[in-house]
Ligand binder design. Structure first.
Ligand code: SAM
Length: 272
């Protein structure tokens, strides 16, 4: 029977795939992949021989209709991304929405995604969280940060390594220096590390460092009953815009959520 399967794949460690995901990838008529060469490595690792077709951010608007036609003819199709769960900061949403419009069954398998291990590793509250994915680079970034500064839930962001230092600097300005945060790098890979501290500590830690690998940043939400922050204004801190808005100054003053750690917690794990 026609069905679209959304199949999560490992975010680093090839062992992080479910038995059902392997079976579905073997059984479907076609596997749609973001990068067919990358997915071929995974399929080969598990001895899976199946047809691959490319479906990525640059062709999905076109490819979606061909896929829908195949599904209407009765095919079973699996969608995978390069890593993690399709649809999570990856192509997927468009195809799922079109399937729903056409009454085609969709089933998303539970499986790997980078945000969950980063959130749980952070030691910050996991009961309520906001997944932001990648922040806009320019237009809308400041507005988004001002809005997020008011959120009480834990915040989860994806970020590229070369933007990490700048982003930590902005988080310190917009969310206040004493919020607790965690930076997870290379989750499930041999050089995995999870670094916790206040935003100010983490900003200092990553400043002027050349960072490699994949990154998730987790930041504690706004404290419900914040105590005033008596710390003096940081000297030399670059504001993201030339004239800081009163709102931003206010958020800097009221977001003292914890006393400084004085010590950054650095957990490295060797995956064997
Ligand atoms: N679909 C994926 C998921 O379910 O997590 C996300 C894909 S998005 C294009 C890639 C981003 O996810 C990276 O820039 C990074 O922020 C995060 N990411 C993916 N793998 C990671 C890993 N092993 N460690 C840390 N972050 C990772």
């Amino acid at each position: 029977m026609a069905k679209l399967y959304i199949v999560p794949t490992p975010i680093g460690n090839l062992e992080d795939i479910t038995l059902r995901a392997i079976r579905i990838l073997k059984e479907v008529d076609l596997v749609l992949a973001e990068d067919t060469r990358k997915t071929q490595i995974l399929l080969k690792h598990y001895g899976i021989e199946n047809k691959l077709s490319s479906h990525h951010a640059f062709n999905e608007h076109k490819s979606v209709y061909t896929v829908i036609e195949k599904l209407k003819e009765g095919s079973t199709i699996a969608l995978v991304s390069d890593a993690g769960t399709p649809g999570i900061s990856d192509p997927g949403f468009l195809l799922v929405r079109e399937c729903m419009k056409e009454n085609i069954l969709v089933e998303c398998l539970p499986g790997p995604t980078a945000l969950i291990p980063a959130l749980v590793n952070s030691g910050l509250p996991c009961d309520r969280f906001i997944f932001e994915g990648f922040l806009p680079h320019k237009k809308g970034r400041q507005t988004r940060l001002l809005k997020l500064a008011e959120e009480e839930s834990t915040l989860v962001f994806y970020e590229s390594p070369h933007r990490l230092a700048k982003t930590m600097e902005q988080f310190t300005v917009f969310f206040g220096p004493y919020r607790l945060a965690s930076v997870s790098r290379e989750l499930s890979k041999i050089h995995e590390e999870n670094i916790q501290g206040t935003l100010e500590e983490l900003e200092k830690h990553f400043k002027d460092k050349s960072i490699k690998g994949e990154i998730v940043i987790v930041v504690s939400g706004k404290c419900k009953n914040p105590t005033p922050d008596p710390s003096p204004k940081r000297e030399g801190s670059k504001n993201p815009s030339p004239s800081p808005s009163p709102k931003r100054e206010e958020s800097r003053a009221t977001h003292r959520v914890a006393p400084p750690h004085n010590e950054i917690v650095h957990r490295k794990s060797k995956i064997v």
